[in-house]
Design a protein around this ligand. Structure first.
Ligand code: SDX
Length: 386
């Protein structure tokens, strides 16, 4: 009853909401979106179809698919004045720093979709976020290398368009490699939702106050940035660089096991999965496909990652604690092969996670929302007089 509460730091055993979007069985390594296994979605659906599934509860029919793609395509441009924001940042800013600011700034541009009590406004905001975040992500990259921003191109698919805005220039427009576009789409899809992870919970908590969706998604981006969460994909590549060669792996394994050493194996372990992250398997397959397409099968970092995985999975420390590779373990190797710089990896995660964040925000606002307000165990001074 009121006045009594449980103490659960880190929310290890507390459900904060009801949700019908995503189901995880961590013991069995199962992940379902609206009932569909992630492996089947990765094989048979596109990222945008998965967005439709998360948002509306069903995969689109052919007709709905065409309509949804058309809507998203026609929201990909950002207000021209939004580009002015970039110039206030240093060129060497971390891309996630710019993402937090610029995505939050969207709430200052789209006043016609800020009424959270109007379902039509909520829907338009959802479309805008899904469509504009890849545009902003590509602008962040272009700004960092000093190239002009690329406009989106309506005849391209979501992922082709993203690669176009990242890698083409007004002087040279190369066709997009379909194998790479498919891999990019799959990376977005594999990140699309993961129930009440830290960033989604942040979006929900921010949203529970009635804050507008652009501000809530900016809060989610901030929470995603940390290396224990979405920042892990960047941290994995930095770790592989630091390990250097396979001979050094045992030394780093020992460091990861040492409780007096802050080093942890990045891309390893998960709060919920205690028997493999099913996304990691699909990611590894995608990694093999991309490296083969690009003639990089002998990529030394892939070899090292596989060796690291093998050694860790045979080590008693990792076995006893059920620590397996998670979604972030192999994604960085693919992204690097595609030509995306390490600092952009978490931005890619944020782009993929956008539909999940919005689906949860929608579910919450459309349901019985009550402001999120955790309690505490007070450990300070008892009352005293000055
Ligand atoms: C994501 O929640 C989600 O769904 C997130 C996500 C999503 O899609 O939204 O799946 C995305 O964030 C993936 C996780 C990315 N993070 C990393 O790869 C960073 C490395 N991993 C760890 O920091 C850690 O495993 C977490 C943060 C992922 C999980 O933290 P928990 O659930 O609090 O687990 P824990 O830290 O309590 O670990 C249990 C034990 C501890 O040892 P003991 O104190 O029991 O002896 O396992 C050890 C930990 O020290 N441990 C590790 C380890 N991860 C856990 N030891 C070495 N290396 C590791 N990576």
């Amino acid at each position: 009853g009121e006045g009594y509460f449980t103490y659960d730091p880190g929310f290890v055993s507390t459900a904060a909401c009801e949700s019908a979007i995503t189901y995880i069985d961590g013991e069995k390594g199962v992940l379902l979106h609206r009932g569909y296994p992630i492996e089947q979605l990765a094989e048979k659906a596109t990222f945008l179809e998965t967005c439709h599934l998360l948002l509306f509860g069903e995969l689109p029919t052919e007709e709905e698919k065409a309509k949804f793609e058309d809507i998203i395509t026609h929201h990909t441009m950002v207000h021209d004045q939004l580009s002015d924001f970039f110039h206030g940042f240093r060129r060497d800013s971390h891309p996630m720093a710019i993402m937090c600011g610029v995505v939050g700034a969207l709430s200052a541009f789209y006043h016609d979709s800020l009424d959270i009590n109007d379902p039509r406004h909520r829907e338009v905001s959802a479309f805008r976020l899904i469509a504009k975040i890849p545009t902003i992500a590509a602008m962040v990259y272009k700004y960092s290398i000093g190239q002009p921003f690329m406009y989106p191109k309506n005849e391209l698919s979501y992922s082709e368009n993203f690669l176009h805005m990242m890698f083409n220039t007004p002087a040279e427009e190369k066709p997009i490699n379909p194998v790479i576009a498919r891999a990019m789409d799959r990376i977005f899809l594999l990140h699309a939702d993961h129930e009440q992870n830290a960033s989604t919970s942040t979006v929900r908590l921010a949203g529970s106050t009635g804050a507008n969706p652009f501000a809530c998604i900016a809060a989610g981006i901030a929470a995603l940035w940390g290396p224990a969460h979405g920042g892990a994909n960047e941290a994995v590549l930095k770790m592989l660089d630091e390990i250097g060669t396979a001979d050094n792996i045992p030394e780093f394994i020992e460091k990861a096991k040492d409780k007096n050493d802050p080093f942890r194996l990045m891309g390893f372990g998960h709060r919920v999965y205690k028997n493999y992250d099913p996304r990691a398997k699909v990611m590894k397959q995608t990694c093999d496909e991309v490296l083969e397409e690009l003639g990089l099968q002998d990529d030394p970092q892939l070899k090292m990652a596989m060796e690291l995985e093998k050694i860790a999975l045979e080590d008693e420390y990792f076995v006893k604690r059920n620590l397996y590779p998670n979604v972030d373990f192999y994604s960085g190797i693919i992204l690097k092969a595609i030509g995306i710089p390490t600092e952009m990896f978490t931005v890619i995660f944020a782009t993929g996670r956008t539909p999940g964040w919005i689906a949860h925000w929608h579910e919450m606002i459309g349901g019985n929302n009550r402001i999120g307000r955790p309690r505490q165990l007070y450990t300070g001074e008892t009352k005293r007089d000055l």
